[in-house]
Design a protein around this ligand. Sequence first.
Ligand SMILES: Cc1cc2nc3c(=O)[nH]c(=O)nc-3n(C[C@H](O)[C@H](O)[C@H](O)COP(=O)(O)O)c2cc1C
Length: 194
Amino acid sequence: MPTQRETQPARTTAAPGTSGGRVLLAYFSRAGENYYDGGRVRLDVGNTEVLAGMIGSLIACDVHRIDAEEPYPDNYDATVARNVQEQNANARPAIAKPLPSIEKYDTVLLASGIWNVRAPMIMTTFVESHDFTGKTIHPITTHAMSGLGTTEKDYATSSPGAIIGEGLAVRGERVRDSGQDIESWLRRTRLLQG
Ligand SMILES: Cc1cc2nc3c(=O)[nH]c(=O)nc-3n(C[C@H](O)[C@H](O)[C@H](O)COP(=O)(O)O)c2cc1C
C-alpha cells in the first residue's frame, strides 16, 4: 500500500493574518503504521501533514510537501530500521521533485515528525539544498515525547546565516486538539497578527 501521495506543487492559502514577509511552510510527513500512545495506529494522513493544514488555514503561506524519492515503508518497524541506517550513515535521502528555490521567502517553517530524537534525515537534505542566509527558520515538530528534539541545533548547523526563531512542538497523538496552542504560537512569533 502506498504511504505517500504524489508531490503536490506549493499552494498559497488565503488567511486572515499575515507576517508581513513571505512565508514558506515546508513539511515532511509519513502516513501508514505509526506509534500512538504506546501502541500503534494506521494514519491515512501523517500527523505533520494535519498540522501543516491547520497552520496553512491560519496564515498566508505557501505550503510545500517534501516527498522521498524512495518512499518510506508503511510498516513502522521497517521505517525505524531504515531511519537508524540513515542516521548512522549521515545520509541525505533524495527528494522527489525538489522545490527549485526558496529565494522569494523571508521566513521558512520547517515541519516534520521526530525520528530518533531529530528530524528525519531528508529534512537535512532539504535544508542543505537551499541558501537560508538572512532568512528566519522556525522548526516545527510533531512527536511522541521528544518535543523539538535536536532540530534547532541541527537546522542552525545546516543553514549558516539563518536566524533560528522559536519552534513549535505538538504531540502527534494530539494534533487535531492543538488549535489553541498553534494559534498562540503563531501570534507569539508574529506569524499571525490581529
Ligand atoms: C521512525 C520513527 C522514529 C520515531 N522516533 C521518535 C522519537 O525519537 N521521539 C518521539 O518523540 N517520537 C518519535 N516517533 C514518533 C513520531 O515523531 C510522531 O508519531 C510524529 O507525529 C510522526 O509524524 P508524521 O506522522 O507527520 O510522520 C518516531 C516515529 C517514527 C516513524
